[in-house]
Design a protein around this ligand. Structure first.
Ligand code: GLA
Length: 744
C-alpha cells in the first residue's frame, strides 16, 4: 500500500539532532521483514511477525554485521487467559484484540468502536541514520508513523510516533505513547529519580516485580516529584534468588529519557510471561486529544540507550549525547559562565545601588556573569503582586536597567535577568485586564499557589503576548541570559475558549507554544542564553533542553544536601547544565554550618555560581573564593564535559563521597572528596581512580586538602587507578580536591 502521509512531520521535534559520524550507524532491512539499527556499542532490531504486527526482536550489545537476526514470530497464547497478541512484545501496540498490557495507542472512533490493531504497511529509510515505519489499523483509516534515529557514537536511539486520522470523522486519542521498549525475561532492577521542592533528584532503586511501576507527572509540567528518566539493570550475578542490585560500573543497563515538558508518564511493567515493557509518552491521565479528520499528532521523542558498563557507563553515554545532540549549540555548547545571582542576598529588595554594589564585589571574585533575580519589575515587593507586568519598576530603577547593565559590562561581566513569563498574580495590571487568560474552569475557584495563576499558553493571544514582551525586553536591553522560572503546577486546567471536546488539547498545545516561544526568541536573539528553572529542578527534561543552556538544579543550596542532589541529577543529565551556587552559612534550610572551601568544592562539581550575600563576606572569604574560582575556570572543561565516575556515592547516609571526571582525551582528571562525619577514627576510603590512560604519567596538583603518607607527585595512570591514594580527610563536613595532568 502506498502511503500519502507527510513523513517529514515525524522529524519536526528533533531537527537539532546532527549525527557526528554517520558512517558508524547502519540501518539495514536484513530481509524485507527484519529491521536493524547499529550504533555505538549497541544494536536494536525489530521485525514484522506472521500476523503483520511490528515486534521487538533485540536490544543490547552490538552484534556483528554477519549475525542474522531471526525473523519475528509471535509469542504463543498462555492457556486461554493471555492472548498471543498480549504476550507478543510489539513496538507500538494498539489497544484492541485482547491486549492486557499497557497500550501505546488507545482510540475511540466516532461510532463508538474502540478496537485498534496496528499492522505494518511499509518502511522508508530517511538518510543513513533514520528509518520510518508506517503502520495502519486493520480496517480503519488511522495511520501511525514510527520514527527511529540512531546516534552513531553513543548508540542512543530516538523514537517517536505521528498519529494521523484519515477517517471522515474525528477520533479521540485517549492514550498516546512516544515509544515502547521490551526486554526478555530476566532478573532486573529499576532506577528512577524522584523528589520534592528542595529535595529533588533522589535515586530510587528496586527490583522489578510483576505488575507496573508508574513514574509520572500529572502537573502540566515535568515536575520535581519524578523525572522522565529510567534505567533498568540486569542482575549479572547468575543468582536466581536473593537481592537484585544495580551496579555502578559493571553489567548491562538499558536506559531512557522522554523529551517532554508537560504531563508525562513512563510505565515499567513486568508481564505475566516475565517480559519487561516500558511505555512512555503523554500522560493518559485527564488526556483526550480530539484528532479531526486530516489532522495528525506528533509525540515527543523517547530516547533509549544501552551500556554494559553499569549505571556509570549509561550516564556517560547520556551526558555525551546531550552535549553533542540535544543542547542549544550542540555539538559544542560552551561551558557555562561562572555567575553571580542576587536572590539569596536580596530576595525581592533589588534596586540600582544595591545591585551595583553586589556586582562590584562579584567581579572581584572572577565571576563572568551577573544575574539580577526576582523583584525588578511591576509592583513586585514580595510574591503577592506584579507577575505579568513586565515593565521596569521606576522606583527601584529610575533610569531603567541601562545604568546597571552598563556598570556590569564595565566590570567585565555580562548581564542576566530573572523572568517568570507563564505566570500572573491576580494583583497585577495584566490580570485585571485579562482575567480570562489563565487556566480555569468558568464559575469554579481558581486555586492559587504562591499567590499566582498559570497563563494559558495554549491560547494564541497569550502566546503572542508572552513572546512579545520578552522580545521587547531583549531588544531594548543588552541581556545575555534569562533565568526562566516557573513557580507552580497546574490546577483547574480549563480552556473554555475552545469547544468542550477540544479543551483537553491544552496538555499538548501549551507545551508546543512554550517551545515555539523559546525557539523564536533564540532565533531573533541568537546570543541569548536561557536557564530552565521551576522552583529549582522542576522543569528538567530533554524537551526543554533543546532550548535551555542550563537548569537550576534545586532551590536547596545546602552544600551537603547538594552532594546527593547532584549525584542523582548526574544519572540523567550532564554536569554542564547543572547550576550549583555557593551560598551563605549557616544555611537557611538546615541551619548547617560549613566552610567556604567546602561550599565552593561542592558547587565546583557542576557549573559554578555564587549566590551568597557578598556584603557579609570578609577579605579572607573573597580571597578563598577568588582562588578557587580561578582553579575552577582552569578545570571547567574537564568537569563539565569529561567522563564522570561517581567513585563513592553520598547516598544512603554515606559518611564519605567522591567524584572524578576525566577529560575525553584522558589528559586531565579532577577529583572531589567530601566527608559527612568521620567516626571511631576511621579515615577516608582508599581512592582508586578510573578512566585514566594506564601508560601515561600524571602529575598531582592539590586544589584543597592533602594526602596521607607519601603520595608521589607524579605517577602512571596505572598507579593512580590500582594503587590509588589515601586522603588525609577527617572530621565533619571536610572537603578536598585535586587534579591530575598528563605529562607524557
Ligand atoms: C524560584 C527560584 C529561585 C528564585 C525565586 C524568585 O523559587 O527557584 O531561585 O529565583 O523563584 O522568586
Amino acid at each position: 500500500m502506498k502511503s500519502h502521509l507527510d513523513l517529514r512531520a515525524c522529524f519536526v521535534g528533533f531537527t537539532t539532532l546532527v549525527f557526528a559520524c554517520l558512517s558508524a550507524t547502519t540501518i539495514a532491512a536484513q530481509t524485507s521483514q527484519v529491521f536493524r539499527l547499529d550504533g555505538g556499542k549497541s544494536t536494536y532490531a525489530f521485525g514484522v511477525n506472521e500476523r503483520g504486527e511490528l515486534q521487538t526482536l533485540y536490544w543490547g550489545g552490538r552484534l556483528l554485521t554477519q549475525d542474522k537476526i531471526p525473523r519475528a514470530l509471535s509469542l504463543k497464547e498462555w492457556a486461554s487467559f493471555d492472548s498471543s497478541y498480549s504476550n507478543t512484545p510489539q513496538e507500538y501496540s494498539g489497544w484492541g484484540a485482547g491486549l492486557f498490557t499497557e497500550p501505546a495507542l488507545k482510540v475511540t472512533f466516532a461510532d463508538g468502536n474502540r478496537d485498534l490493531v496496528l499492522h505494518f504497511v511499509n518502511a522508508t529509510p530517511n538518510g543513513a541514520q533514520s528509518l520510518e515505519i508506517l503502520l495502519k489499523d486493520i480496517s480503519r483509516e488511522v495511520y501511525v508513523t514510527l520514527c527511529y534515529s540512531m546516534d552513531s557514537e553513543t548508540g542512543i536511539l530516538a523514537r517517536s510516533a505521528s498519529i494521523e486520522n484519515r477517517e471522515k470523522q474525528a477520533i479521540l486519542l485517549e492514550q498516546v505513547a512516544a515509544a515502547q521498549w521490551a526486554l526478555p525475561p530476566s532478573r532486573y532492577s529499576l532506577s528512577y529519580l524522584t523528589g520534592r521542592w528542595a529535595g529533588e533528584w533522589t535515586l530510587n532503586q528496586e527490583p522489578i516485580h510483576p505488575g507496573a511501576r508508574v513514574i509520572e507527572s500529572r502537573r502540566g509540567s515535568t515536575g520535581h516529584q519524578a523525572n522522565p528518566w529510567f534505567a533498568i539493570s540486569r542482575d549479572s550475578s547468575q543468582k536466581v534468588v536473593g537481592p537484585i542490585t544495580a551496579d555502578e560500573e559493571h553489567g548491562e543497563v538499558w536506559f531512557g529519557a522522554l523529551a517532554w515538558s508537560g504531563s508525562w508518564r513512563i510505565s515499567v511493567e513486568q508481564t505475566q510471561l516475565d517480559w519487561v515493557r516500558v511505555t512512555g509518552g503523554f500522560n493518559p491521565f485527564d488526556f483526550g486529544y480530539k484528532l479531526n479528520s486530516g489532522e495528525h499528532l506528533e509525540t515527543p521523542v523517547f530516547y533509549g540507550g544501552y551500556s554494559n558498563h553499569g549505571l556509570g557507563g549509561a550516564s556517560r553515554l547520556l551526558h555525551r549525547f546531550e552535549l553533542a545532540h540535544v543542547l542549544p549549540h550542540a555539538p559544542d555548547p560552551k561551558p557555562r559562565p561562572v555567575l553571580y545571582n542576587s536572590w539569596e542576598a536580596t530576595e525581592f529588595n533589588v534596586d540600582e545601588a544595591g545591585q551595583m554594589a553586589l556586582a562590584e564585589k562579584a567581579a572581584s571574585i572572577g565571576v563572568d556573569r551577573f544575574v539580577m533575580d526576582d523583584g525588578w519589575f511591576g509592583q513586585r515587593k514580595n510574591d503577592h503582586a506584579g507577575l505579568g507586568d513586565w515593565y521596569v519598576n521606576p522606583r527601584k530603577f529610575p533610569h531603567g536597567l541601562k545604568p546597571l547593565i552598563d556598570k556590569v559590562h564595565a566590570l567585565g561581566m555580562d548581564f542576566g535577568l530573572w523572568v517568570e513569563p507563564e505566570m500572573v498574580n491576580p494583583d497585577s495590571d495584566l490580570y485585571r485586564k485579562h482575567p480570562d487568560w489563565v487556566l480555569n474552569f468558568p464559575g469554579r475557584p481558581r486555586s492559587e499557589q504562591r499567590n499566582q495563576l498559570v497563563l494559558n499558553l495554549a491560547r494564541s493571544d497569550v502566546r503572542d503576548y508572552v513572546e512579545g514582551f520578552l522580545d521587547k525586553l531583549l531588544t531594548e536591553n543588552d541581556i545575555a541570559f534569562l533565568k526562566w522560572d516557573y513557580n507552580r503546577n497546574w490546577s483547574e486546567p480549563g480552556w473554555d475558549q475552545v469547544p468542550p471536546d477540544e479543551q483537553r488539547r491544552v496538555y499538548v498545545e501549551y507545551i508546543r507554544n512554550l517551545y515555539t516561544i523559546l525557539a523564536d526568541l533564540r532565533k531573533k536573539h541568537p546570543k541569548i542564553e536561557i536557564e530552565s528553572c521551576s522552583g529549582g529542578g522542576g522543569r528538567v527534561d530533554l524537551g526543554i533542553l533543546r532550548f535551555a543552556d542550563e537548569v537550576w538544579t534545586s532551590d536547596n543550596t545546602d552544600p551537603f544536601d547538594r552532594l546527593t542532589i547532584q549525584d542523582g541529577f548526574t544519572y540523567a543529565y550532564t554536569p554542564q547544565i547543572m547550576m550549583a551556587w555557593v551560598t551563605d552559612s549557616p544555611h537557611w534550610l538546615n541551619g548547617r554550618t560549613t566552610s567556604l572551601t567546602y561550599r565552593m568544592l561542592s558547587s565546583m562539581q557542576g557549573s559554578l555560581g555564587i549566590g551568597a550575600n557578598l556584603n557579609h563576606w570578609t577579605a579572607e572569604d573573597f580571597a578563598t573564593a577568588k582562588g578557587l574560582t580561578a582553579a575552577y575556570h582552569a578545570m571547567q572543561p574537564t568537569i563539565v564535559r569529561g567522563n564522570l565516575y561517581r567513585l563513592i556515592s553520598p547516598r544512603n547516609n554515606s559518611p564519605f563521597s567522591s567524584t572524578e571526571t576525566v577529560s575525553r582525551d584522558e589528559n586531565q582528571a579532577v577529583v572531589f572528596a567530601f566527608t559527612h562525619s568521620t567516626q571511631e577514627g576511621r579515615g577516608f576510603p582508599l581512592l582508586q581512580l578510573q578512566g585514566l590512560n594506564p601508560d601515561a604519567e600524571y602529575k598531582l596538583t592539590w586544589i584543597a586538602g592533602k594526602a596521607e603518607g607519601e603520595t608521589p607527585n607524579t605517577a602512571s595512570g596505572a598507579w593512580w587507578m590500582n594503587h590509588g591514594l589515601q586522603l588525609d580527610l577527617r572530621g565533619d563536613f571536610q572537603a578536598a580536591a585535586f587534579r591530575l595532568d598528563r605529562q607524557r
